[in-house]
Design a protein around this ligand. Structure first.
Ligand SMILES: [Zn+2]
Length: 338
């Protein structure tokens, strides 16, 4: 809060830009108010456009609920459990905080680049998708570092004593917890592992054959190899592999969208040579949006009014059975073969 006030008092003054004096504070105020209004508009459009769809989707399991008030209340609770809704609310809250509390709250809105960029979305997915593997590896890492901390506390406490300039020396390993904190932070942030932080080893010949020297020697090397090389690279490997996997899936999907009909899966080559042409086929004969409209139409129609064909498709759709799609078949190809 103090920093924000300081920033406002020092920087938001009158400035001369190209001979014109402008009041930066006023300019900020106008932009901030516009931002808040836009955020409100975003929330309003979400409420009007998406809220009912989300509520309906979540409601489908609670249709037996007859009380409208209870239904609405449950809908509101369900609505706040949707991530896209929570994000929009946060967007508005940070915008208001930016205007009313401190302009620094507007930093949150820079992250809006993530949901808007498909590439960045994949970068985030590369961390969130293997979250379980990453979490388990991290737990293993904590256990390994804890083991090192316990060994350090029992045998190598003297190596954790550091000299502070001119103020004597103090120990950074008076308890296992303190040892754990120091080993984790210093071991992971130094290029050579924990060895770079600890007291230098005494390599004099009279010392190298002692048990303590041997323990310290292997302690440093093992920490470097196990934690710094193996463990960290496993974590990087998981993230990089997932990113590569996602990229491969995306490029395969894009290829399929470009060269195969979404409905019948016939290839561009087959449709161009034996049918009515790929573009004509996907735009007019097997237009995927028409299939979606048809499904929405069937869902919105009362069950008793469905025709025989519609009931057939509706039943298949409910069982998530895609066999009603003409996979591998298209009238234009069949007519051409005849
Ligand atoms: Zn097709």
């Amino acid at each position: 809060m103090d920093r924000a006030e300081e920033y406002v008092n020092n920087s938001f003054l009158l400035r001369d830009v190209l001979g014109v004096t402008i009041n930066l504070w006023l300019m900020f105020l106008v932009l901030a108010v516009m931002h808040v209004l836009c955020s409100f508009q975003l929330v309003a459009s979400l409420m009007i456009r998406d809220a009912f769809v989300i509520m309906r989707r979540r409601w489908s399991n609670h249709l037996e609920q007859r009380n409208t008030l209870l239904k609405a209340l449950r809908g509101m609770i369900l609505l706040t459990s949707d991530w896209s809704v929570i994000y929009i609310y946060l967007y508005l809250m940070f915008s208001l905080a930016g205007l009313l509390i401190s302009p620094f709250f507007f930093v949150f809105h820079l992250f809006d680049i993530i949901p808007r960029s498909r590439i960045l979305h994949h970068v985030i997915m590369a961390i969130t998708k293997p979250a379980r593997s990453l979490a388990m590896t991290c737990i293993l890492g904590i256990i390994i570092i804890y083991t090192f901390a316990v060994v350090a506390y029992v045998f190598l406490r003297s190596a954790y004593v550091i000299d502070s300039d001119g103020e004597g020396s103090y120990s950074t390993c008076d308890s296992v917890f303190q040892c754990m904190l120091v080993t984790t932070a210093e071991g992971l942030t130094h290029g050579g592992g924990i060895a770079e932080f600890l007291d230098p080893k005494d390599y004099q010949e009279s010392n190298v054959f002692t048990a303590m020297f041997g323990l310290r020697y292997f302690f440093d090397i093992l920490f470097f190899v196990v934690v710094f090389i193996v463990l960290l690279n496993i974590i990087f490997g998981i993230i990089v592999d997932t990113f590569g996997e996602l990229r491969a899936i995306r490029s395969r999907t894009e290829e399929e969208m470009k060269d195969f009909c979404f409905i019948c899966s016939l290839s561009r080559y087959t449709l161009d040579h034996e049918g009515s042409g790929f573009t004509n086929h996907t735009r007019n004969e097997h237009r995927m949006w028409n299939y979606l409209f048809y499904l929405l139409y069937i869902q919105s129609k009362p069950v008793y009014d469905l025709t025989g064909l519609e009931t057939y498709v509706y039943e298949k759709y409910r069982k998530r059975d895609p066999s009603w799609f003409p996979v591998g078949r298209a009238q234009c190809v069949e007519q051409c073969v005849k």
